[in-house]
Design a protein around this ligand. Structure first.
Ligand code: ADP
Ligand code: ASP
Ligand code: MG
Length: 415
């Protein structure tokens, strides 16, 4: 019997009626003769609400306690879904990550999965039960509860599919497919029937939150048969995420994405000496803060400005780390710019085509949008622009690279 992993995001389990709809999709798979493991996120915007609660108590909450709090959201949704499946006449059991044995490294708030025990899940599957697993959470070898980072339930699902050698992993969400841009921001976004792991990984990394980056990384590593589809349109085949060999051609530009959750930090008047940049970024990395775009510019003779972006959830932590470093290195000031959006284009075929970067800058210039910072790699180009220009920037670039669909897809989106 084949094992199938299905994952349903927060919007798919936002209320009891939607949970019953998910139960239908699950039992349909089960009645087709498959062993089914379902991974779910917390209901609706529960996790956002829990984060807000924590921030009302503490400016920079302890990450262990934050994980205790945030992981509670998924305990609610798994038990409700298991009840809904039982109500529809099929046996089901809900399981927390600690009960399954989803082992992560001992880092809070963005832990990586290091091992998954499959014996307990398999025992339940062999007893003909549907297993409803909590996404987003894990447990350290010491027994501490961790979370995998926002959007991490996708990664729980793909990692479970890899560990169980599942036939496929279907990620159900609130749009019909993966598009060339977020269809909420670009109504003329085009559907992609197939996208490669490499293209999707880059799109996810630069802000296309339709899949969590580590879920795509894991799918690529273990060759998981991964499909993105809609919870509200069960007959739509959605988008298949495939290996490089399955792509006939690489498009120069596969898609565009905006990341509205980055903030820019600048350290001003940093003495121009060897080892200073190493010290700044070492301290950030010791504190588990990932840095994205970096630029160093000459302020005046013997002084530089160092600017870089971090995720907004790391801002308070970064500032407290950097304030100590600033005093040690004798820099003058730390300045934060919240009004930024990172706009990126991604394409595995970009490397062979000159003029792609020029096309992007041209599209931004046509729309009268100023570029604050640029970074490039073989498969992507990113520009920082003012936050309020993000949507215009996406639409303008999307059009420039002829990605616009004939019809808008906005009415396919469930709210
Ligand atoms: P879930 O709660 O199911 O995990 P998410 O909100 O995390 O759902 O991800 C789905 C959302 O991703 C969509 O509603 C859409 O607005 C957004 N999105 C961003 N980029 C894309 C894209 N390229 N294709 C499809 N959806 C996208
Ligand atoms: N509930 C978590 C979040 O909102 C995990 C997820 O949705 O994937 O980030
Ligand atoms: Mg998600």
């Amino acid at each position: 019997m084949a094992i199938v992993v299905q994952k349903f995001g927060g919007s798919s389990v936002a209320d009891p009626a939607k949970i019953k709809n998910v139960a239908k999709a699950v039992t349909r798979e089960y009645k087709n003769g498959n062993q089914v493991v379902v991974v779910v996120s917390a209901m609706g915007k529960t996790t956002d609400y829990l984060v807000k609660l924590a921030n009302e108590i503490a400016l920079n909450p302890d990450t262990r306690e934050l994980d205790m709090l945030l992981s509670s959201g998924e305990q609610v949704s798994i038990s409700l879904l298991a009840m809904a499946i039982q109500e529809s006449g099929c046996p089901a059991i809900s399981m927390l990550a600690s009960q399954i044995g989803i082992i992560t490294e001992s880092i809070h708030s963005k832990a990586r999965i290091v091992d998954i025990k499959t014996d307990k899940i398999k025992k339940h599957l062999d007893a003909n039960k549907i297993v409803v697993a909590a996404g987003f959470q894990g447990i350290t070898p010491e027994g501490e509860i961790t979370t995998l980072g926002r959007g991490g339930s996708d990664t729980s699902a793909v990692a479970l599919a890899a560990a169980l050698k599942a036939e496929r992993c279907d990620i159900y969400t609130d749009v019909n497919a993966i598009y060339t841009a977020d269809p909420r921001m670009v109504p003329y976004a085009s559907r992609l029937d197939k996208v490669s792991y490499v293209e999707m990984l880059e799109l996810a990394r630069v802000g296309a939150k339709v899949l969590h980056p580590r879920s795509v990384e894991t799918a690529k590593q273990f060759n998981v048969h991964l499909r993105l589809r809609s919870s509200f349109n069960l007959d739509d085949p959605g988008t298949l995420v495939v290996g490089d060999d399955d792509m006939e051609i690489y498009r120069p530009v596969t898609g565009v994405a905006a990341d509205l959750k980055q903030v820019r930090i600048a350290i001003l008047k940093v003495p121009d000496r060897p080892g200073i940049a190493a010290k700044v970024f070492m301290k950030l990395s010791e504190n588990n803060i990932s840095v994205d775009m970096i630029i160093q510019s000459l302020e005046e003779e013997q002084f530089n400005n160092i600017a870089f972006t971090v995720h907004e959830s790391d801002l308070n932590n970064a500032i407290s780390v950097l304030e100590k470093v600033r005093q040690e290195i004798n820099a003058s000031e730390i300045v934060v710019d919240n009004n930024i959006a990172k706009i990126s284009i991604v394409g595995a075929g970009m490397v062979d085509r000159p003029g792609i970067a020029a096309g992007m800058f041209d599209a931004l210039a046509d729309a009268g949008i100023n570029i604050k910072l640029i970074s490039t790699s073989e498969v992507k180009i990113s520009c920082l622009v003012a936050k309020e220009k993000a949507e215009l920037a996406l639409k303008s670039i999307h059009k420039k690279f002829e990605l616009d669909a004939k019809e808008p897809h906005i009415d396919e989106i469930a709210n």
